[in-house]
Design a protein around this ligand. Structure first.
Ligand code: DAV
Length: 364
């Protein structure tokens, strides 16, 4: 008994893993890496979320490396982000190198490769002292967490609660058929066959966690998160107006208590935010010609809060920088357009493992 306590100490007052909001002062963060990233292996459920041009590219090049020059430019931007965060006093951790070109299979399906370790927000979620591993519905992402496992084990050894969701089978029954005749009303790409979610469909507001249904997150998955977090947290599902929904963090960006940046069309009024000041994000500045394999230019609003007054923003998003400055924020500009191409921005590529503060009530 005593020996067990030595190898797995209880959380100390200064917890090794502690993050309850999207805005409390940031102390430690994981920044993803795109090194070795490959095009995803196509599956039909992706058609609901990725730009139309991506289908042919993924079908032809799934499992093959992303164009080297673009990947290197994006990785350099990630390295710069890590340096900027370090200079801001944040402890920065990076995932392990991993061979994403390896094909893999289960008894039911096969993937010609993985993807990358670039977006820890998609697959990991810190709520208080708990670290949740998401059961991702894209088959090519089935082993992505391996790149983060040594970090996760280290947090566990230092007292974190480690909550991997049930390993999903990802068999055909999970996915809606093209005609939409499976269970679930046909609105979403995933059925209720088993719990699936991407962690990026959740946002933390102290004792409240806000989630959206999406093409990668089903009700079963949200129910799993709710029960696993227990009675200290309230998990609410909000409506968003996004036919391509996959990840809530280009729809809502809570920047401080009472300050919510929203996508001007996707945000749907929600009583939970009564008393909050809600401002629409300005149009992104990305030119149409910019290659985007995964997502829309609205990752402009996928910002990272360093504290309730400070936000990391893409350097060329001048209308957003102006809007946030007017709202009282200090903006830390970082070049990030090459990372955009791979499906996210500052919030997506990070996992805030330590922020100051505890779980307070902020929502109505
Ligand atoms: O606007 O396409 C991006 C979400 C990034 N994880 C969009 C959603």
């Amino acid at each position: 008994m005593e020996e067990k306590e030595e190898t797995t100490p209880r959380a100390t007052p200064q917890r090794s893993l502690n993050s309850c909001t999207e805005w409390d002062p940031l102390k430690e963060v994981v920044v993803g890496t795109l090194a070795g990233g490959v095009f995803p292996t196509w599956q039909d459920s992706m058609a609901h979320v990725v730009p139309e041009t991506a289908r042919a590219v993924f079908q032809e090049r799934g499992g093959l490396p992303f164009p080297a020059a673009h990947l290197e430019a994006a990785e350099a931007e990630l390295d710069t982000l890590a340096e900027v965060l370090t200079a801001e006093g944040v402890n920065v951790l990076r995932p392990a190198a991993m061979d994403h070109q390896q094909s893999f299979r289960t008894p039911a399906w096969e993937s010609t490769g993985g993807l990358y370790a670039g977006m820890p927000r998609d697959l990991l979620m810190v709520v208080g002292d708990a670290l949740i591993e998401a059961p991702m519905s894209w088959r090519c992402r089935h082993h992505e967490v391996d790149a983060f496992r040594s970090l996760i084990k280290s947090y566990f050894r230092r007292g974190a609660r480690w909550l991997p969701a049930p390993r999903p089978q990802l068999v055909d029954e999970l996915y809606r058929t093209p005609s939409g005749d499976r269970a679930n009303g046909g609105r979403w790409a995933v059925t209720e066959f088993e719990p699936v979610f991407d962690a990026a469909d959740f946002l933390r507001f102290g004792t409240d966690v806000v989630a959206q249904r999406s093409h990668v997150t089903n009700q079963f998955g949200i129910d799993w998160v709710r029960r696993s977090l227990g009675e200290d947290f309230t998990v609410s599902v909000i409506e968003t107006d996004d036919p391509h929904a996959m990840h809530i963090d280009a729809t809502l960006a809570p920047l401080a208590p009472g300050k919510l940046l929203v996508h001007p069309e996707r945000y749907v009024h929600c009583d939970l935010f009564d008393g909050w000041e809600i401002r629409p994000a300005p149009q992104p500045t990305l030119p149409d010609s910019w290659p985007m394999y995964f997502c829309s230019p609205w990752v402009s609003m996928n910002v990272l809060s360093l504290d309730p007054e400070t936000v990391v923003v893409e350097r060329q998003e001048l209308p957003l920088i102006e809007a946030l400055t007017d709202w009282g924020f200090r903006c830390v500009p970082v070049d990030f357009r090459h990372v955009y191409s791979f499906g996210g921005s500052f919030h997506c590529v990070t996992l805030d493992t330590v922020r100051e503060g505890g779980a307070h009530k902020y929502l109505a």
